[in-house]
Design a protein around this ligand. Structure first.
Ligand code: NAD
Ligand code: WQD
Length: 340
């Protein structure tokens, strides 16, 4: 056994894929989630894939007493901290809820880790901390936090700062901050994928709902950006590549704070994503061009070279793989594509 890991948010989209990779690599995994944006059934899917149903704690990170009980019962070698709210638009309407959940939850977690001697944490940060820069290619050494357009992004920036300060105060602590770009796709088995409980906000889950007819058409937020086809460019990373990035990070943890971008290094426009989905599905996704969405940047992608140099990690899967895996996930969910 390689070690015992607590995965917060482990029934969620990225957490569930990472759990599968961890178990397959020989880690013992326990999951803590309040099921706000995920379903307990994911645990059965993980069992189907790995033969192991991870021990599950239906606990809210804000419930300090319940969280402490979990730590009192276990000795974790590391925590991978995915749990949090992530809807950008909602965070603008309910900022206090986002600060309370994401920051409050993280502080409780760090307090328990301190009390029970757990010295390693990997945190799910986001490309959003870069805000608007002079160049679209984000490097870890860039100044962050300067033009973040929403409270969700601020919570990521603030948690990064909290982790840095906590590591300064405890030299034995190893913190790895992973800045994800745009995760897409699903497990190749079709058993795991993105299945939010709430109305989706991100491009791929919306494309999925348009494809199945639950949403009538995709609103493309602007085709007048200074990009080759006028739509915004992002760095879409397959969720399984992203999950594997956590294993590489776990293998290379050292005391202090390490920060890595997890992205492909390549940008794709919204139109290119729609085209890739159309090609994979053999159907035409209904789209309508609407006005720009507030806060969107024209172009943003990762410089992933540090993760390659230090962790030996790089992406292997393509946008085409992600589209095929997404369609396979929809099929396994029993969903059929709309008629043209
Ligand atoms: P997700 O919503 O699928 O998973 C997050 C999980 O955390 C959910 O299962 C939810 O129920 C749980 N959770 C939320 N608040 C909790 C609390 N207080 N206590 C216990 N559990 C709680 O989201 P995801 O896409 O898997 O994202 C995982 C992490 O990665 C999040 O921190 C997110 O901000 C970050 N991230 C996501 C993306 C993305 O586009 N998906 C990009 C960058 C960063
Ligand atoms: C991608 C592109 C939209 C929906 C957000 C967060 C970031 C990280 C990833 C969580 C943009 C366009 C979208 C639609 C569209 N999340 N779009 N029509 O905005 O790059 O990043 O998710 O941690 O922090 O900010 O991702 O998927 O919302 O949008 O045209 O209905 O798709 O304008 O260009 P984004 P997204």
């Amino acid at each position: 056994m390689k070690g015992k890991i607590l995965v917060t948010g482990g029934t969620g989209y990225i957490g569930s894929h990472t759990t599968v990779e961890l178990i397959e690599t020989g880690y013992e995994v326990e999951i803590l989630d309040n099921l706000y944006n995920s379903k307990e059934e994911v645990l059965d899917r993980i069992k189907e894939l790995t033969g192991v149903r991870p021990k599950f704690y239906n606990v809210d990170l804000r419930d300090a007493e319940a969280l402490e009980k979990v730590f009192a019962e276990n000795k974790y070698d590391a925590v991978i901290h995915f749990a949090g709210l992530k809807a950008v638009g909602e965070s603008c309407e309910q900022p206090l809820r986002y600060y309370e959940n994401n920051i409050g939850g993280t502080i409780n977690l760090l307090e328990c880790m301190q009390e029970y001697g757990c010295k390693k944490i990997i945190f799910s940060s986001s490309a959003t901390v870069y805000g608007e820069q002079d160049t679209p290619k984000c490097v870890e050494t860039m100044t962050t936090g300067q033009s973040i357009s929403n409270p969700y992004g601020e919570t990521k920036f603030m948690i990064e700062q909290i982790l840095k300060d906590t590591a300064k105060a405890d030299p034995e602590l190893s913190v790895t901050i992973l800045r994800y770009f745009n995760p897409i796709g699903a497990h190749k088995s079709g058993l795991l994928g993105e299945d939010p409980n709430d109305k989706p906000n991100n491009l791929m889950p919306i494309i999925m709902k348009v494809a199945t007819g639950e949403i009538p058409e995709l609103s493309v937020y602007g085709d007048d950006y200074p990009t080759p086809d006028g739509t915004c460019i992002r760095d879409y990373i397959h969720v399984v590549d992203l999950a594997k990035g956590h294993l590489a990070a776990l293998d290379h943890m050292t005391q202090g704070v390490q920060i890595y971008n997890l992205g492909t290094g390549e940008g794709h426009s919204v139109f290119e994503m729609v085209e890739a989905f159309d090609k994979a599905s053999g159907k035409k996704l209904p789209c309508q061009i609407v006005g720009r969405r507030a806060g969107d940047l024209a172009e943003l992608y990762a410089d992933p070279s540090l993760a390659y140099e230090k962790l030996g990690w790089e992406t292997k899967l393509t946008v085409e793989d992600a589209m095929n895996d997404t369609l396979n996930f929809l099929k396994h969910e029993g969903l059929t594509l709309r008629e043209d």
